[in-house]
Design a protein around this ligand. Structure first.
Ligand code: MOS
Length: 753
C-alpha cells in the first residue's frame, strides 16, 4: 500500500529530527484501510458463535433455526467443517510457542471460554449476527481450572523451550545460604492481573477469492508473512496461491503477532463457498484469545547494611493453556539488572483452561520488572538508602547472566537526567511526609529494561528516472512509525526530499521481512532499507562517474555526498550532478536493489544489547476515597540512536499510559466457577482515558551503540517496563502501605492491612 508525504521544505537530514508521520494524513482522513474494511464483490459476512462454557464438549449443536433465516448462506460447525491439514505442526506460525495450536471447529471439545463453536455466514453482517444468536448448543460441562494460585502447586518446567525466549540462567553462588546469612532481608510475593491488549481495531480478516482461484487476504496481523505461511500450510495451498496484505494496524501490542481464529474461519468459509468472506470479531470476543497472563512471583533480596546485594532470588509461576506451553522471559531481568554473587532465578508454567496467553507489550519484562523493582524499593527502605543510590551501588556494566559487557548502557545518565527533571532531590524519603490539601503525595522511581533485538530482514528499493524512490518490505507498521522512519532513512541515504520517497509495507509481494514485534523493526527493516538505498547510491555513482565530462570523473564513492537530489564531491558542492540527470544521461529507466539485514554475529559474541530507562512518578492519593492519580511521570530512556524524536516520544508516551493501566486500572477478572473473563468490555475493563493521564515528560539520553549500522536499539516496549513498579513505589511513599497486587484499585487503598 502506498503512503506519501507532503513536502517538508528545505531539510536535508531527516534522521534524528521530529518528522511528522508520513501516514498521518491517510489515518486522520480515513483513507487508511484496515483488514475489516476492504471491499470485495459479492462479499459474504461470517459471525462467530462463541462457547458459553470453558471446558467440556459439544453434545449437540442445532443450527436449523439459523439456517432458516433468509440470507443465511451456511452455518459451519465441527460437524460439517471442510477438512484442513491434519498435521498440528501445519498450524504452528512463526512465533508459536511449543504445543498444538488451537484449530477452530476441529472437534467437539471445548478448551476455553469463548471458543468458536460455529461460523454463521450470510449475505450481510446483520443477518449473520441475528442468525448466530439462534444457534443452540448443548454442552457437556467439565469444571474448568482457571485459578493460577490453585494450579501453581502443579507447575512444571516447560519441556520444550519457546524459540527466542531464554530460559532462566543456571544459578550462581548459593542464594539460599546467602539470603539466610544476610544482614538485611526483604522478601515479598507479587501479583499482577491478567490483562488484555485491547487495540482500538478488533481482529478482522477479509478473504477475497480471485477469479483465477487465488486468495487475497486482508488480515489484522503484525506481519503478513506469518499469515501467509500459516494459511498456505493449514489449507495445503501453494505459496503463490495466497497474497496477504495489511497496510495498517489499529493497534496490536502483540495481539496481532499470531494468526487468530477469525482468519482461519474466514479462509475456511471462503474456500468452502468459493466466495469472498469477512469475519470481524466483537469487542467481547477480543477476550477469547491471547492475553497477558499474570504470574505468581516471589522475590527475596539479601544485602549488607550498605545496601550491597548479597543474595537475589526471583521465582515465577505463570499460566499457560492446556494445549500450548506459552513462555516469556519473566525472571531473567533481575539477573541482568544487578550485580550480585548469589543468584537463583526460576520460572515454571501452570496449565489453565484459558486460551493460550500471548505476547503483550514488553511480555515478561512488564511482569518480572514490576516484582524486582518493587522489591528493590523495599530494600531501599530496609537499608535506609535512597532508591537511586541503592541501584547505583548494585549497578553492573556487564550482563551477569551471560558474563558479557553491554554494548552500551547509559542507565546512569537516565538516573541523573530523570532525577534532575523530576526534582527528585526535593523528595522527603519518609512515607506519608508529603501532602497537598486533602491528598497524600508520593514520589517513587524504578528502572526499566528490554532486550534490544534484530531479525533477519530484507527490503527492496527502486529509484526511477523522475528522481522518485520507492522502498518497502513485508513488515507491519503497528502504529510505531515504521513508515516514517523508513522514509527518513531512505531519503537521507540518497539525499532526497521526503516527498520523493514512498514507503510500502504489509504486502507479501514486497521483500521478505518478519512480523513487527519485540521492538526489533527499526533495527531490522531500517538497516535493510539503508543497505538497499546504499546499493542504489553506489550504482548511481558509478553511472555518474562514467558520464561525458563528469564532474565526478576522478572521485571515489567514499568522497561523495548525496544531498538535495544530487551527488556532490565532499567539500566541493560545485562539482555535482543531479540523480535525475545521471539516469537520463545514461538512458537508465530505474535503479533497484535489495538490502539484507541480519544480526551482527561478531557483536553478539562479545556484547549483550539492552535498552534501559529510569521512571520517576508522582501520585496523589485521596485516602478517604481510595483514589490514586498518577499526576506526573518523567521517563528517561537509553535506547541508542533516536531516529525520529516525535514518533519515538509517542512510543514512550503510549508505553507509559499502558503502564498506568496495569498499575491502576486494567484487570481481566476470571470467574473461576465458569472459567470466563467476566468484564469483557471497555466499560468494565478500564483502559486509561485522558482523565487518567496527566503530565508525562520523556527524555532520551545520549547513547551510542554498535549492534547495527544505524545504532538504534528499539523503542516500542521499553516505555512500559518499570512504570507499574514506579507507581506502586510512589503509592508506598505516599501512604506507607506496601500493596503487592496490581492493579492498585481504591479497595486496596482503603483496606485495613
Ligand atoms: Mo510486541 S508484544 O512483540 O508486539
Amino acid at each position: 500500500m502506498t503512503v506519501q508525504f507532503s513536502p517538508a521544505a528545505g531539510r536535508d537530514r531527516f534522521v534524528g529530527s521530529a518528522v511528522s508521520r508520513v501516514d498521518g494524513p491517510a489515518k486522520v482522513t480515513g483513507l487508511a484501510k484496515y483488514a475489516g474494511e476492504f471491499a470485495a464483490p459479492d462479499l459474504a459476512y461470517g459471525v462467530v458463535v462463541s462457547s458459553a462454557i470453558a471446558k467440556g464438549s459439544i453434545r449437540s449443536i442445532d443450527a436449523s433455526a439459523a439456517e432458516a433465516v433468509s440470507g443465511v448462506i451456511k452455518v459451519i460447525t465441527h460437524e460439517n467443517r471442510p477438512a484442513t491439514s491434519d498435521n498440528p505442526e501445519d498450524y504452528q506460525d512463526a512465533v508459536a510457542p511449543p504445543g498444538a495450536p488451537f484449530q477452530a471447529l476441529a472437534t467437539d471439545r471445548i478448551v476455553f471460554s469463548g471458543q468458536p463453536v460455529a461460523l454463521v455466514v450470510a449475505e450481510d453482517f446483520e443477518t449473520a449476527r441475528y442468525a448466530a444468536s439462534l444457534v443452540r448448543v448443548d454442552y457437556g460441562v467439565v469444571a474448568p481450572r482457571t485459578d493460577l494460585a490453585a494450579q501453581a502447586p502443579e507447575s512444571y518446567d516447560p519441556p520444550m523451550k519457546r524459540s527466542g525466549i531464554k530460559p532462566p540462567p543456571e544459578p550462581w553462588g548459593d542464594a539460599e545460604t546467602a539470603f539466610d546469612a544476610a544482614e538485611i532481608r526483604v522478601n515479598g510475593q507479587y501479583r499482577m492481573a491478567d490483562e488484555h491488549h485491547n487495540p482500538m481495531e478488533p481482529h478482522a480478516s477479509t478473504v477475497v477469492v480471485e477469479k483465477d482461484g487465488t486468495y487475497t487476504v486482508y488480515d489484522k496481523i503484525q506481519g503478513v508473512s506469518n499469515t501467509h505461511d500459516y494459511i498456505a500450510s493449514a489449507f495445503g495451498l501453494k505459496p503463490e496461491q495466497v497474497r496477504v496484505l495489511n497496510p495498517y494496524l489499529g493497534g496490536g501490542f502483540g495481539s496481532g503477532l499470531r494468526p487468530q481464529y477469525q482468519l482461519f474461519l474466514a479462509m475456511l468459509a471462503a474456500k468452502d463457498l468459493g466466495r469472498s468472506v469477512r469475519v470481524t470479531l466483537t469487542r467481547d470476543q477480543m477476550w477469547s484469545f491471547t492475553y497477558r497472563s499474570e504470574a505468581l512471583q516471589t522475590v527475596s533480596l539479601g544485602a549488607d547494611r550498605s545496601g550491597k546485594l548479597t543474595a537475589l532470588r526471583h521465582d515465577a509461576v505463570q499460566g499457560t493453556s492446556s494445549y500450548e506451553d506459552y513462555q516469556e522471559v519473566v525472571v531473567n531481568w533481575s539477573g541482568v539488572l544487578y550485580d550480585c554473587d548469589n543468584v537463583k532465578l526460576t520460572y515454571s508454567l501452570a496449565k489453565l483452561d484459558t486460551p493460550t496467553p500471548g505476547d503483550m507489550r514488553a511480555p515478561g519484562a512488564v511482569t518480572g520488572v514490576y516484582a524486582i523493582e518493587t522489591a528493590m524499593d523495599e530494600l531501599a527502605y530496609a537499608t535506609g538508602q535512597d532508591p537511586i543510590q541503592l541501584r547505583l551501588k548494585n549497578y553492573t556494566e556487564s550482563d551477569p547472566t551471560e558474563e558479557k559487557p553491554f554494548g552500551s548502557k547509559a542507565l546512569k545518565e537516565c538516573f541523573r537526567e530523570g532525577a534532575e527533571r523530576f526534582g527528585w532531590s526535593r523528595r522527603n524519603p519518609q512515607p506519608r511526609s508529603m501532602r497537598e490539601g486533602r491528598e497524600l503525595v508520593g514520589w517513587g522511581m524504578a528502572t526499566g529494561i528490554w532486550e534490544s533485538m534484530m531479525m533477519q530482514s530484507s527490503a527492496h528499493a527502486v529509484l526511477t528516472a523522475d528522481g522518485r524512490l520507492e522502498v518497502g518490505n513485508q513488515t507491519g507498521d503497528i502504529g510505531t512509525g515504521t513508515y516514517t522512519i523508513l522514509t527518513q532513512i531512505a531519503a537521507d541515504t540518497l539525499g532526497l526530499p521526503l516527498d520523493h520517497v514512498t514507503t510500502k509495507l504489509g504486502d507479501t509481494q514486497l521483500a521478505k521481512a518478519p512480523v513487527a514485534g519485540g521492538s526489533w523493526t527499526a533495527a531490522s527493516s531500517g538497516t535493510a532499507v539503508m543497505k538497499a538505498c546504499r546499493s542504489i547510491a553506489e550504482q548511481a555513482f558509478k553511472l555518474a562517474r562514467g558520464m561525458d565530462n563528469s564532474p565526478l570523473a576522478n572521485a571515489d564513492f567514499e568522497r561523495v555526498v548525496f544531498s538535495n537530489g544530487r551527488i556532490e564531491l565532499a567539500g566541493d558542492p560545485a562539482k555535482s550532478v543531479a540523480l535525475t540527470d545521471v539516469l537520463k544521461a545514461t538512458g537508465t529507466a530505474k535503479l533497484e536493489a535489495t538490502g539484507e539485514a541480519a544480526p551482527d554475529k561478531d557483536f553478539a559474541k562479545e556484547y549483550e544489547a539492552y535498552t534501559h530507562s529510569a521512571i520517576f512518578v508522582e501520585v496523589k492519593i485521596d485516602e478517604e476515597l481510595g483514589q490514586v492519580r498518577c499526576t506526573r511521570v518523567v521517563s528517561a530512556i537509553a535506547a541508542g540512536k533516536i531516529l525520529n524524536l516525535k514518533t519515538a516520544r509517542s512510543q514512550i508516551l503510549g508505553g507509559i499510559v499502558m503502564g498506568v493501566g496495569s498499575a491502576l486500572h486494567e484487570e481481566s477478572m476470571l470467574d473461576h466457577r465458569i472459567g470466563r473473563f467476566m468484564n469483557h468490555n471497555l466499560g468494565e475493563y478500564h483502559v486509561p482515558v485522558n482523565a487518567d493521564i496527566h503530565d508525562i515528560d520523556v527524555i532520551f539520553v545520549d547513547e551510542e551503540d554498535k549492534a547495527n549500522p544505524l545504532g538504534v536499539k528499539g523503542l516500542g516496549e521499553i516505555g512500559i517496563v518499570g512504570v507499574a513498579a514506579a507507581i506502586s513505589n510512589a503509592v508506598f511513599h505516599a501512604t506507607g502501605k506496601r500493596i503487592r497486587h496490581l492493579p492498585i484499585t481504591p479497595d486496596k487503598i482503603l483496606a485495613d492491612d
